[in-house]
Design a protein around this ligand. Structure first.
Ligand SMILES: Nc1ncnc2c1ncn2[C@@H]1O[C@H](COP(=O)(O)OP(=O)(O)OP(=O)(O)O)[C@@H](O)[C@H]1O
Length: 297
């Protein structure tokens, strides 16, 4: 089972080209779709979740035509949207049971087993009788995962799930997701590089509707070894450094400015080699040093 996307295009009525010839092969496991705000991630996620139409292209989940046979996909789809509205006065137990009825999970006993086991899995069992209104952001997200997992989906789509979670909730949430990647295609859309580096065995970087890089995170990091250089610069030096070098990122560390530069060789005095990470892969791609930007230029 894998999800295969070929040449998916989408232009909104206002003329925004949100997806341009998106082609991806997404195997069972955790797949990260990484890109900045407005890149087209939600458009792609909503299209795969059968909530909106593409203009052209194909998407096959095994032998199911995702764009044509929407009912077949919905039977095996779990979707956790960016904004997850909950009914504030319902408890997790009653609302999950309600969604299970909607999903067609029949037989009261069987349904109770499914609901109870999901509440354990997402670690909400102890608070199952509490109203959702009192839940933290992370608890709501985990409730959303429980809803998305009803009916054992073969395709699970999770759109920007960690925004707004505190570090402890984020870790708990990511651990939960990683357990799911063993049997299903799980697509995690995010603008947070760490979500992908910690969790995903494969990834793609998308910007302005185009796939710029498709890679295994570890391999992508290995591939740029020896090409990332770092220098601490004074604020007034920054414009010159940016003019003269392929600066991919500028960060602050203890009040000082640290630039990372992409170059095949030592860019000049004051630079030192750094062991790259996935953030360097991301910014090198966005700056056009690696990936498809180069082919487009
Ligand atoms: N319904 C719509 N009508 C017109 N333009 C839209 C619509 N939805 C999204 N867009 C535009 O399409 C582009 C892609 O948006 P999309 O929401 O898919 O990006 P994203 O990567 O999910 O970004 P974010 O992280 O901000 O949600 C953006 O330029 C956005 O403004």
């Amino acid at each position: 089972m894998q999800l295969t996307l070929r040449d998916i295009c989408k232009t909104y009525p206002n003329g925004v080209q949100a997806l341009t010839n998106v082609s991806l092969t997404i195997p069972v496991g955790m797949y990260g779709l990484l890109g900045p705000n407005g890149a087209g991630k939600s458009t792609l996620m909503r299209t795969l979740a059968t909530l909106q139409e593409a203009d052209s292209g194909t998407a096959m989940l095994g032998d199911i035509d995702v764009l044509q046979c929407k009912d077949d996909v919905r039977r095996t789809l779990g979707y956790l949207p960016q904004e997850f509205g909950v009914y504030p006065h319902a408890s997790a137990l009653s609302l999950l049971d309600y969604f299970a009825v909607l999903k067609g999970i029949g037989g009261r006993g069987a349904r109770r087993d499914v609901v109870e086991s999901l509440l354990h899995q997402v670690n909400l069992w102890d608070v199952r009788h509490q109203k959702l209104r009192g839940y933290s952001g992370g608890m709501r997200q985990r409730f959303g995962v429980a809803v998305a997992l009803l009916g054992n989906p073969k395709l699970l789509i999770v759109d920007e799930p960690t925004a707004g979670l505190d570090p402890a909730e984020r870790v708990r949430f990511l651990n939960l997701l990683s357990a799911l990647g063993e049997t299903s295609v799980v697509i995690l859309s995010t603008h947070i590089v760490e979500d992908v580096s910690e969790l995903c065995t494969r990834m793609a970087i998308i910007d302005r509707g185009r796939i710029l890089l498709e890679a295994e995170p570890l391999q992508a990091v290995t591939d740029i070894r020896g090409r990332i250089w770092r220098r601490v610069v004074a604020r007034d030096e920054l414009p010159a450094v940016q003019r003269d070098h392929g600066v991919i990122s500028t960060t602050l560390l203890g009040g000082r400015t640290v630039v990372h530069v992409y170059d095949q060789a030592l860019p000049g005095a004051g630079f030192e080699a750094v062991e790259p990470d996935l953030t360097d892969v991301y910014f090198s791609t966005m700056a056009g040093h690696i990936g498809q930007h180069r082919a487009l230029a």
